[in-house]
Design a protein around this ligand. Structure first.
Ligand SMILES: Nc1ncnc2c1ncn2[C@@H]1O[C@H](COP(=O)(O)OP(=O)(O)O)[C@@H](O)[C@H]1O
Ligand SMILES: [Mg+2]
Length: 234
């Protein structure tokens, strides 16, 4: 089967000369269509750098990264903007909602820039927030705000959903519900989801686990039978 993502010797260096930091060094892996992937590693390992390159938020320094048939190294800043708009949904650790827009408006705003957006109310229903559509972010709990962020990413109907430490600011129970949403989304939509985490206990939930240490791939494994999040304890 054709890969959905092919990464070959991806290297990302910040700065130059004496101040250069190589955050990703010769990273290579493949991701199949529809996989739920976890990128696992300690703080400073280079996970966010890799996710930002995959999501078109940053340019790679060398190597090649192909997502859904698109060679990211060939794109200029404008090309990357279009790529982010059309292909990518992104969920951050600290939600990054627009504070003076309601829940529904936050989701609508993202859907506007996508080609085949899902109606905002449908996305909000999928994350169980249909009763909070008129609330502002400050009126919601952390877990609810993260659900708005997930609805916002899902409403774009992206080919690839990326999440960087999406449960990092949440308590255990709330974090588990958030991970459940990602697993459900991957299963129901058949789309690719990549979750970055430092928590190795959640690895059984994924189809594919890529471990990063010191900017390099340390292990690349697949789970034939991923565990439903509801059955995971950590
Ligand atoms: N914009 C940047 N400029 C310079 N160095 C950076 C930048 N972003 C990350 N780094 C460095 O790259 C390395 C990997 O960082 P990061 O990808 O954020 O790791 P992780 O997400 O796994 O914690 C760290 O040494 C970090 O300090
Ligand atoms: Mg990070």
């Amino acid at each position: 089967m054709t890969n959905f993502i092919t990464v070959k010797n991806e290297t990302k260096t910040y700065g130059s000369g004496d101040h250069a930091v190589t955050a990703n060094q010769n990273i290579s892996f493949d991701i199949a269509p529809g996989e739920l992937t976890i990128i696992l590693g300690a703080s400073g390992a280079g996970k966010s750098t890799l996710l930002n390159v995959l999501g078109g938020m940053d340019h790679l320094t060398s190597g090649s990264v192909n997502v859904n048939g698109i060679e990211l190294g060939d794109l200029d800043s404008r090309g990357l903007t279009t790529y982010r708009r059309k292909q990518i949904g992104f969920v951050f650790q600290f939600y990054n909602l627009v504070q003076n827009l309601t829940t529904r408006e936050n989701v609508e705003l993202a859907a506007e820039i996508a080609d085949q957006a899902m109606p905002a109310d449908e996305a909000l229903k999928a994350v169980g927030l249909e009763k909070r559509t008129e609330n502002f972010p400050a009126q919601l709990s952390g877990g609810e705000q993260q659900r708005v962020a997930i609805a916002r990413a899902m409403a774009k109907n992206p080919a690839l959903l990326l999440a960087d430490e999406p449960t990092g600011a949440l308590d255990y129970k709330t974090g588990k519900k958030i991970l459940q949403l990602f697993q459900d989304f991957a299963r129901q939509s058949g789309k690719n989801v990549i979750i970055v985490t430092h928590n190795s206990m959640i690895r059984p939930m994924a189809d594919h686990v890529i471990e990063i240490a010191d900017g390099q791939v340390k292990a690349d494994t697949r789970n034939a039978q991923p565990t439903p999040v509801a059955e995971l304890e950590w």
